[in-house]
Design a binder for this molecule. Structure first.
Ligand code: ADP
Length: 346
């Protein structure tokens, strides 16, 4: 992660304010183009990331390092995290392609066996395995820049920084080199490319940070990142939408239920009472007092409602019992399964 927080930087020799209250954050795995006219402050921005220039105010974080507090002896470790590609390649003329790439590892004391493995891997990545024994002057300009990229990659840095890497290349080669950076980014590295070539920038879908007079005047995400952000916002909006609605919807729902429930309750006593009367055996020879006594009898009889109440609670234990039976069956089946598994393992 690279983070500038309100950073300003002035060159002491000429008092030029190269960075003016710059705040920007580049996450791991991002690909960012830094664009702007000549003298805008693009290289100064990279020089600060590489620890070559100290800032006057604000804070700069690069990976685990706070560059406003970094000690001199920590600078080599910061630079090992960064693979740097320059416009003018900066290859050592008397060394072969292989040795130019291996050199970056030899100076930090890596063993030859690991060097061989890493150099072969990165030369394959930049499609230069066949030119490993060539000297730089035996290569085309595009090939030389690919060697420089291989050298930047060989230490397996998390961040690749390129300052006008296509400045000395024609449009076709520039496109090829930029595609190579694309490939490196897709392999997981963070890539920051400074360029003034807007035509080239627009051939790729990456974030574009524009610097002018030391200030960031625009920061445009890639279409892919923008679409992702938009989808996330739509999802959040969708999740928020139903919140005010559920309140009025369930309110009318319980009303009919409440109406139905008392209607059932009211009809029950109406239905049961006449039934009791109809079921009463009436003897026409009985006197009025005997009839009153006879009609009062069923009111005192508690037997009639009992059969209606009993089946309902009876249903619950029956269900529970079934579940228990099933559980027992399942447990049996499980036991059998365990035996099969342990057999299988054996
Ligand atoms: P860019 O990379 O966008 O062309 P730079 O970062 O190189 O811009 O330059 C930003 C400003 O800082 C310019 O005005 C430039 O003249 C000045 N500048 C760059 N490097 C130095 C330096 N080493 N010493 C003094 N001034 C510098």
């Amino acid at each position: 992660m690279i983070e500038f927080n309100d950073v300003s930087m002035k060159y002491k020799t000429n008092d030029v304010l190269a960075l003016d209250h710059v705040s920007v954050r580049i996450d791991d795995g991002e690909f960012v183009f830094v664009v702007g006219a000549s003298g805008a402050g693009k290289s100064s921005f990279l020089n600060v990331i590489m620890g070559q220039e100290r800032v006057d105010s604000g804070t700069v974080i690069v990976g685990p390092y706070n560059l406003t507090k970094i000690k001199k002896k920590e600078l080599p470790y910061l630079r090992r995290m960064l693979g740097i590609v320059f416009q003018d390649f900066r290859l050592i003329p008397k060394m072969t392609v292989y040795d130019n790439v291996a050199f970056a590892l030899r100076v930090i004391g890596v063993g030859e066996r690991i060097i061989r493995k890493r150099v072969r891997y990165v030369l394959r990545l930049v499609d230069l395995s066949a030119k490993a024994k060539c000297l730089p002057n035996q290569l085309s300009t595009g090939e030389r820049q690919r060697v420089a990229i291989a050298r930047a990659l060989v230490n397996n840095p998390g961040v690749i920084i390129a300052d006008e890497p296509t400045g000395n290349l024609d449009p076709v080669l520039s496109g090829e080199i930029m595609s190579l950076f694309d490939k490196i980014n897709s392999l997981g590295a963070t890539v920051v490319v400074v360029t003034h070539d807007l035509e080239l920038v627009h051939q790729f879908d990456h974030r574009i940070v524009t610097i002018e007079n030391g200030k960031i005047i625009s920061d445009v995400p890639s279409h892919a990142a923008y679409a992702k952000l938009q989808a996330q916002n739509e999802e959040i909006a969708r999740q928020l939408e139903p919140v005010p609605e559920p309140q009025p919807i369930p309110t009318p729902a319980p009303e009919p239920a409440q109406e139905e429930a008392p209607a059932e309750e009211a009809s029950e006593p109406e239905e049961t009472e006449p039934r009791r009367i109809e079921q009463m055996p009436v003897d026409p020879s009985l006197s009025a007092d005997e009839l009153v006594a006879a009609f009062s009898e069923p009111q005192t009889e508690p037997d009639a409602p009992e059969p209606e109440v009993t089946p309902e609670p009876a249903a619950e234990p029956t269900e529970m019992f079934i579940v228990e039976e099933e559980t027992v069956e399942l447990l049996d089946a499980k036991d059998e399964g365990t035996e099969v598994d342990s057999d299988g393992e054996e």
